[in-house]
Design a protein around this ligand. Structure first.
Ligand code: EAX
Length: 325
């Protein structure tokens, strides 16, 4: 009896030792709430990783600002207090100015071109360069093409944008874009429902899913399909942490994240026409064909702006503009 208890304890002990030696919990941060584009990537990634490792690796998702703003999530990833994040590319531009290249206005003509470039060598250069600010760039998922909403009046031409107080992300580029379009851009972290409701700002710009998931139709009246920036997420890990992982684990996580990204891009795109219908039903006045020529002309000089002056950034922007022409 005593012997069998001892051997049971030994067996249990070695089992606990074995599992704890390999078991790992990855903390992953997103600023958005469940149902959002970022969360769909995170949940798919979690599913795959936990299924393929039979639970040896657990992914814990921190969402809805429980880890702070996107900028704060990135700072925690740099320090490895969070290991991963699905973060809107716009807010990277204070960490790594190279990212401004993919947020350039009217850069990609459609989703196919965005995928081709971002999954290709130019996208890889941007992911690799993130190592200089402490991130392992894994791949790109999507927020989507961004569109303007506001509460003042319908917007069709740049003249209609003049003087609108538009909330923008914490991004020098996004601020420049809206200055060039004649608005009064106001940087603020996400979410911004209350500020819209209280009229602190007249408008904001985001992909269609945001207007639906965050019920912006309750506090905004006019939607213009400006599609001014294709907004990816960059799916990142803490470089400090990544370097401690076995190559086999790195491969698994890299592949699982790419699969999640591809799944989410398709999921997001497949819902856009229904979203447009829903937003109309909810009372949005929608301008579907604004003066794209005028909008493009207003931002055409941005490539020469100070924010693209660093030689490395400038060189990549030139190549990117050629590749997407
Ligand atoms: O993903 O801050 C932003 O405008 C982002 O696009 C938002 O978090 C939704």
């Amino acid at each position: 009896m005593a012997r069998s208890i001892v051997s049971l304890i030994l067996v249990l002990g070695s089992f606990i030792f074995l599992t704890s030696a390999h078991a790992m919990t990855i903390k992953l941060g997103v600023v958005t709430k469940p149902g959002s584009a970022q969360n769909i990537v995170a949940e798919k990634f979690k599913q795959t990783v936990e299924a393929e490792t039979a639970g040896e690796i657990t992914v814990k998702i921190f969402h809805s600002k429980s880890m702070g703003t996107e900028t704060e999530i990135l700072q925690q990833i740099q320090m490895n207090t969070l290991q991963m994040g699905i973060i809107t590319a716009g807010v990277f531009d204070t960490f790594d100015p190279m990212v401004r290249v993919i947020n350039y206005p009217f850069l990609f003509k459609d989703h196919a071109q965005a995928d081709e470039i971002l999954d290709g060598p130019l996208g890889q250069e941007i992911l690799d360069n993130l190592a200089t600010s402490g991130f392992k760039g894994l791949c790109f998922s999507e927020n989507g093409f961004r569109n303007l909403t506001n509460n003042r009046h319908p917007v069709k031409t740049p003249a209609d944008i003049k003087g609108l107080k538009v909330r923008v992300m914490a991004s020098a580029l996004h601020q420049k874009i809206w200055q060039a379009l004649g608005a009064n851009p106001t940087p603020m972290p996400w979410p911004i429902y209350t500020e819209l409701e209280q009229g602190v700002i007249d408008g904001q710009e985001n992909p269609l899913w945001v207007m639906e998931v965050y019920k912006l139709y309750e506090v905004q009246k006019y939607l213009t399909l400006t599609r001014h920036v294709y907004s990816p997420h960059i799916d990142v890990a803490s470089l400090k942490w990544w370097q401690t992982l076995e190559p086999s684990t790195q491969n698994l996580l890299q592949r699982a994240m790419y699969e999640a990204a591809v799944f989410q891009r398709q999921d997001n795109r497949s819902k856009n026409s229904d979203r447009l219908k829903l937003l109309k039903e909810k009372g949005f006045f929608i301008e579907e064909s604004p003066d794209y020529k005028g909008l493009r002309a207003a931002v055409a000089d941005l490539k020469d702006a100070e924010i693209y002056r660093q030689p490395k950034v400038r060189a990549l922007l030139t190549r990117m503009l050629q590749a997407t022409r």
